[in-house]
Design a protein around this ligand. Structure first.
Ligand code: ADP
Ligand code: MG
Length: 237
């Protein structure tokens, strides 16, 4: 399995925000966590990334228990919204940032950034600053920062939510292309049902920290387990 959770829970003080979540995401799969604001999507993703400790349960990546492993050692990379780019650094240096921290040899670093730029069609923009790019190009740089780390698992937390509608549609297509090309496991968090339906091969519908239903988009659409899933995924009654 790409990513497996067993009985994962999370408490912030007295508040239990993730309730006994178990899930399996196949290697190379595109999983989407979808649900209303506050249902625990980001918390779940951050626990998989290792940015948040679990209160109970275990997390495995490629069948290795990583529950207590440092974020940098998990083989995951998180893609943030494009405004998280360093404005004073060039596109090249934004993408090379984590490789520099890891003391990657210069030639290897250049090769990895060029390869990511090629995949993302940013070859002609490596010397520019983020402010000289379009919104879509900036979002691709944010994805490029993850690609250069060659993670087993990509984690996206609503990366398109600050883009306009037209650009969101375009970026969705690019993400699908990227997934086909790279073949890594991807987990994508969104509150947008359309985004979930178009990107996922497996959707996890969350409400109140509980997985309401998991399955292929059309299975959830055709055969929702409860009213919440039916209403949320939007199949006509
Ligand atoms: P989503 O991403 O689905 O909007 P979150 O995972 O951000 O939801 O939040 C789930 C719940 O956990 C919310 O009730 C939120 O207020 C709470 N929460 C998230 N992070 C913290 C934190 N660091 N401390 C206390 N409560 C938190
Ligand atoms: Mg969130």
């Amino acid at each position: 399995m790409g990513v497996s959770l067993r009985n994962v829970s999370k408490e912030f003080g007295a508040a239990r925000v993730i309730e006994d979540v178990s899930m399996d995401i196949p290697t190379g799969g595109f999983a989407v966590f979808v649900g209303p604001s506050g249902c625990g999507k980001s918390t779940l993703l951050r626990m998989i990334a290792g940015l948040e400790e679990t209160s109970g349960g275990t997390i495995a990546i490629e069948d290795t228990d990583v529950t207590h492993v440092e974020p940098a050692e998990r083989g995951v990379a998180m893609v943030f919204q494009s405004y998280a780019l360093y404005p004073h650094l060039s596109v090249f240096d934004n993408m090379a940032f984590s490789l520099r921290l890891a003391k990657t040899p210069r030639a290897k670093m250049r090769e990895m950034v060029r390869e990511a730029a090629r995949i993302l069609k940013l070859d002609d923009h490596l010397d520019k600053k983020p402010s000289q790019l379009s919104g879509g190009q900036r979002q691709r740089v944010a994805i490029g920062r993850a690609i250069v780390r060659q993670p087993k698992v990509f984690l996206f937390d609503e990366p398109l939510s600050n883009l306009d509608a037209e650009l969101r549609v375009q970026m969705r297509l690019e993400l699908t292309r990227l997934h086909r090309q790279i073949g890594a496991t991807m987990i994508y968090v969104t509150h947008d049902q359309v985004e979930a339906m178009t990107l996922a091969d497996k959707i996890f519908v969350l409400k109140g920290g509980i997985v309401q239903q998991a399955g292929a988009p059309l299975d959830l659409y055709d055969d929702p387990d409860n009213r919440f899933v039916a209403g949320f995924i939007g199949s006509p009654a």
